[in-house]
Write a protein that binds this ligand. Structure first.
Ligand code: MN
Ligand code: MN
Length: 454
């Protein structure tokens, strides 16, 4: 991992990933190459088709100012949600699908694409792709899950305060999620253990049975909640504190996440998102008890794309400027969790600890099989109850499954199940996180989990 000079814009060869590309395609002016050879081979392997399309789009975009499209998209967002919410039976004691009629849920914040791709908003082919039944169903599920998320987290934000037990809060919000989803696994419900990582712990902490830790007056708590509907996951997190001295840290991280969301878009390089996040995050300093600390990005944490019943689907969205995978881009119809983590008084780097609570089937390796009867039994119970979603011992206790310690050890040793230990910066440091789930729609970007709160 090497960081790159902030000032210089980097162009990468589309063919061989060389970071010193200096030749630009003269027609579309979008593709860069390090040599004529690379350019020619890329032309043959697909750029020929893309190039004309890009050039035509660019031309068309010249006659439609960005502000005009921005306004159109904003208008649609306001109109759509006003309509949907006008017949809303506002009652969080009933399932969300009974609060809204005809399976139409509020949409997330709609934002136009930022470059010449803005014209996709009015492009008939893009609209056609968007109308496909599959995509519409995905979007419907995502919006329903997002509405569940907003209502469940509103409950949590009201309840969470110093003195409260974390286990009661996470179990409370999880039961709220199940209730608002109005369905049983695998149709919908909690998508992963509710994170409530405290202070130097940045992620992957949830209480195990018998852990009655309470919130302290000076605690900084990251609540990370997952909701899914038919496997379509909304992954969104926020940070709470009760001592105002931590507010600037929260603000820095919230702004950094918003910078990442703003940069995200169709064909955007994941590298560029990391760069945008880091720039905003590191522009902040926090004064704590008379000492000024710079806010650091936690360099080894990142956002990710989301698949069906799969919280990570292969792409990672860095939160710092890194040279890896510079040609990986966001593509149409993909869902992403844009999340950033900031740290003060720490290294901006997290390590694993050994008090495990999160476990998940290793879905990258469906060629592996449990070695004996006990591990086969546990593996089947995991599959039946969680599929490839992440689970924790509390969830097993809830459905009365006694986890055989030996069986779990076998599954972990054979890499059939992976543990996800808490990730922590230095003792005495403070970390914060904000996260939203977005969709790269064919016509525009939708920030699904956006609410009035964050
Ligand atoms: Mn999350
Ligand atoms: Mn996430």
């Amino acid at each position: 991992m090497t960081s790159i000079d902030q000032k210089k814009e980097i162009f990468i060869c589309r063919e061989c990933d060389n970071v010193l590309a200096t030749l630009r395609c003269s027609q579309c002016k979008e593709a860069w190459y390090c040599s004529k050879t690379c350019q020619l081979s890329n032309w043959k392997s697909g750029h020929k088709e893309q190039c004309k399309k890009i050039a035509d789009e660019k031309k068309l975009a010249e006659s439609v100012p960005q502000a005009q499209i921005d306004d159109l998209v904003k208008q649609e967002y306001i109109e759509k949600n006003t309509n949907v919410r006008s017949n809303w039976k506002k009652d969080d004691s009933i399932a969300v699908n009974h609060q809204f009629s005809d399976n139409i849920y509020p949409c997330g914040e709609l934002v136009a694409y930022q470059d010449f791709r803005r014209i996709r908003y009015t492009n008939e082919e893009a609209r056609e792709r968007e109308r496909s039944e599959n995509f519409q169903e995905s979007l419907r599920n995502a919006r329903e899950a997002a509405e569940v998320h907003r209502q469940a987290r509103a409950w949590l934000q009201k309840e969470a305060k110093p003195g409260k037990r974390l286990i009661d809060l996470v179990e409370g919000v999880e039961s709220k999620v199940r209730h608002l989803c109005g369905s049983q696994f695998p149709e919908g419900g909690v998508a992963f253990p509710t994170g409530c990582s405290v202070n130097e712990v940045a992620a992957h902490y949830t209480p195990n049975p018998g852990d009655f830790r309470t919130i302290g007056q000076d605690d900084v708590v990251k609540f990370d909640i997952g909701v899914h509907k038919h496997g379509r996951i909304i992954d969104s997190a926020f940070t709470m504190c009760w001592n105002d001295k931590f507010k600037p840290l929260l603000e820095a991280v919230q702004e950094a996440t918003n910078a990442g969301i703003k940069t995200a878009g169709l064909d955007v390089r994941l590298y560029d998102i990391g760069a945008a996040v880091q720039e905003v995050m590191e522009s902040y300093e926090v004064e704590l008890d008379g000492v000024v600390y710079p806010v650091k990005c936690i360099e080894n944490l990142s956002g990710h794309d989301i698949g069906l019943y799969r919280i990570h689907s292969g792409k990672t969205v860095p939160i710092i400027k890194v040279e890896c995978d510079m040609n990986v881009r966001m593509e149409e119809m993909e869902f992403f969790a844009i999340e950033t983590f900031g740290s003060i008084k720490g290294e901006g780097y997290v390590n694993e600890t050994d008090d495990w609570s999160h476990f998940m089937i290793n879905y990258e390796r469906d060629d592996l099989f449990p070695r004996n009867k006990v591990s086969r039994k546990l593996f089947k119970e995991i599959q039946d109850n969680f599929k490839t979603l992440c689970w924790c011992p509390r969830y097993m206790e809830r459905i009365n499954i006694n986890v055989d310690k030996k069986a779990l050890d076998y599954l972990i040793r054979d890499e059939i199940v992976n543990p996800y230990p808490p990730l922590t910066d230095l003792p005495g440091s403070y970390t914060a996180q904000f996260e939203h789930t977005i969709c790269i729609r064919p016509t525009c970007k939708e920030i699904l989990s956006r609410g009035d709160d964050y």
